[in-house]
Design a protein around this ligand. Sequence first.
Ligand SMILES: [Zn+2]
Length: 623
Amino acid sequence: MSPMLSPKYLVVILIAVVLVATIAGAQDAPTPVMTLVVDETQAARRIAFVHEEIRVRPGMLTLAYPQWIPGEHGPTGPIQEFAVLRVHAGDATLPWTRDPEKIFSIHVEVPANTGRITVDFDTLLENTISDHQLLAAWNSVVLYPLGVDKRELMIEPSILLPPHWQQGSSLRVTSQVGSRVNFAPVSLERLIDSPVLAGEFLRTVPLTSSWPAELDITGDSQAAVDKADDAHAVTLFSQLIDQDRAMFGFRHWSTMHLLVSQSEGRPFDGLEHEDSPYCAVGDAGLSQKDELEKFGWLLLAHEQSHSWDGKYRRPAELYSKPDYQGPERTSLLWVYEGLNEYIGLMLATRAGFNDQAFAHDYLASMAAIFSHQPARATTPLVDTATEDWVLRTVDPAWSSLRRGQDYYDEGALIWLRADTLIREQSHDRLTLDDFLRSFFGQHDTEPIVAPYTREDVEASLSAISKFDWHTFFETRVYQVNSKPPTDGIEAAGWRVVYNETPNKAYASWFRDVYDGSYSIGIVVKKDGTISDVLPGTPAYDAGLGPHMTILAVDGRVYSGDVLNESVAHPRSGKISVLVRNFDSVESHDISYAGGVRYPHLEQISGSHDYLGEILAPRRYKEH
Ligand SMILES: [Zn+2]
């Protein structure tokens, strides 16, 4: 059935017309007013129907679909899912054309004596989490008049949910009629920053934190949401908000809505929002201690601390355009994401999602990657930030030559060194937390954006601890630096060592992978496919390459355990592997006798354990 013929949809249009009539106001007001009704009743079929009423003037009008999506740092708006566009002035159908150079822009000629048009389109495949849950990302369901500042373009949004579904979001509900939820008007910017999590099974849990906050949880069954607190997730999230307060001192929201979906289909996803960060964990993930440990730093703490680092404070070069058409510049992601990676590690550990030993394994795992990376000799860290979004979904093959989104983890290690420097220089009186409070906390505000430059970051650091921060970042971020970034770990009292014990943090993410990176120099999937080979290692010297499949090791059919046994006890200093490569089967001998090696941290004897202090819970102090 066509959505236009659905009786329910006609009701939507009628209500929308009434809304426009009531808020249109003066004819010549400079700010267009629009209503946006998103029909998600068919979410389980992976389709949404959008209806808009837009105040316009006669003449050429350009409508735009968001292209540069905040938090994704790139032109990743799902334009390919935008379909069956229809534009009308009254009963008249208006032809439209797509801009041949800017494919996110649509041109329409508005006839004389026309003050309002309707826009209808479908959004395909986006927003469905499962047949029981959806996340309405407003950027995927809005077409807006180009040329109006995103902070000033006011939109009155509504959503139609499947029967008996409920929603959680930071938008203010003005009324609810059946499954239609009407929200108070917001700017385009606030709308796109306020997704709606909805589901058949939704539970809202107030946190016990000293700042007002709630968890909005969905799942694929009543049981999944009922048992969401079995591993004390509510306590951990409450402690997380308390640790936010101890770190930043001030907030940029009234109530924090932590949106968390649990599903098998979307087990690891997330996007920052200033007062409603979204995270996706596995089915019933919140009730499992190991899932909370695994996701605490990289997801649950990370997305919400972006409220300060990334949303309230954002690189000016990444916030330079009046709308979402870009292009924006991403070179300061070593602050936006790199510092936030470090903040997330501190907050997740301080709040108790993981213990210090787990954090140590994370740090060791990062340091090991950057200590075995030939591309360090050619490519500065900032280049990974500038190249940015295209590195997000690349094949891991030859990762040490390509470099990945290293501004995250290498950024974190650099900020650990900044933290220890401040501690050393102030004789333990000050820490990086003092900078975080002055730079990201500042004072209480509503959700707004306060842009910054690299110079602002360096000046604010100097105000906390006088130092040549410009050179500090110049040599570590902007210039080629083949030295591995382990000086922060060492200054914090620890060093990277390798032994036979698997790295717990790495293993939590890559359970079915054989990680021989630091022994023979190879990473192998469960089925024997080589996903990466590190240059300069025994596997590389033996002629192995990514995408070859190991069939047998020392005459035995491949499994991770069989390969591990041979790495641990090689016969006469070599491991023989039989591999398939395209249509050939080849035999290779890996010369190796060094045993199994995984990275860990070991305390430097007699050193000051700064890392222990950095990762320990803090108490809120008024300054
Ligand atoms: Zn992030």
